[in-house]
Design a binder for this molecule. Sequence first.
Ligand SMILES: Cc1ncc(COP(=O)(O)O)c(C=O)c1O
Length: 417
Amino acid sequence: MITTHLNKLAIFGGKPAFPQPLHVGVPNIGDKKRLQARIDSILSRRVLTNRGPMVTEFEQRLADYVGVRHCIAMCNATVALEIVTRALEFEHEVITPSMTFIATAHALQWQQITPVFCDIKPGGHHLDPARIKAHVTPRSTGVLPVNVWGRPCDVDTILSVAEGFGLPVVFDSAHAFGCSYKGKMIGGFCSAEVFSFHATKFLNSFEGGAVVTNDSQLSEKVTLMQNFGFEDRDYVSHVGINGKMTEVQAAMGLTSLEALDRFVEHNKQNYHAYRSGLQNIPGVELIDYDERERCNYQYIVIELDERITSISRDQLLDVLAAENVDARRYFYPGCHRMQPYLAYFPNAGMLLRNTESLLDRVLTLPTGLAVNVEQVEKITEIISRVVESGRAVSLRLRARSGASRSRAANDPCIEAS
Ligand SMILES: Cc1ncc(COP(=O)(O)O)c(C=O)c1O
């Protein structure tokens, strides 16, 4: 009986639930006609870059939306992080989580600044303010927490701990455009924050990012630095790089901004469909959004407790992949287990127990405009069915991988390594 039931799963030979793969982070696209009209105007003007009218309009709209004094749009968030941390004279060591996309750490390392990885809160996904102290040394120059999934860190506590050590804070808010903390939009909480408008983000400008700040001096410095340090036509006053956003990127960004409410509404419906489909599955916990706040609902993240589900996160990943649901293990295996950090600090994991445990349990599921509620319901049904028979699925998958290993061992064409 259970075997017949399991045979319906694509991983055991059944027909995949979806004819085409559903991916995480398929771009949200706004009104194509509005975008095309903007691109036409760019081409007629022949101003393609160098802070033209599209970029300045985008910057102004972003600053107004977030409620900050300054916004400097850039080619992407990684370069924006590099520039703003350099403008703030971060050097030597900066405290940051490992539970983040590798760009957070690389933006520091690229400048020969050591990312000192700090653990996340027990049971949480964000930097643990209580652990910052343990990582402060005479070489510490700043803190770079991440508002991962668009859910805010413990902002107030982090700011007060950092202030106690005289350390400036920059939030990597790559995921958090359109989200709030204690009723105030994320973006204006510390020296500066950085958003990403990469194609996979809630609001995209193809590629893109922005530094937002209320500090006029910092804004001036960042503006110079992202344009080679040019203060005037023939006058360079700073070391600089090319971090400029192009006009076409800003055209896409403006078009996305106009569609923002639609994006939020769609994501919210998907989130609620996931929530109701997953709520009664033992051992599967959906990371929730605090709906008293503004949320962009861009990430659907579940945590699996294998002791209850009997099936591991990686097995579920494979089962879903066979059904054409391309879930992701963000941010597995964690920055500290990637190079060059693993080589520099092979034992970093000893102080990152919560991070490592989370990274073995977490799975991000598809949402965004490319996914609808019916598809979400189908995904949650698959997860429910699989977890219901978790032990049987797991045993069968293990038996299969054992069999293929022993076939490989007996195959004279496959050399032992
Ligand atoms: C947490 C985080 N920080 C930084 C970045 C880098 O953003 P970008 O791709 O715009 O350079 C990303 C991108 O996905 C991210 O997820």
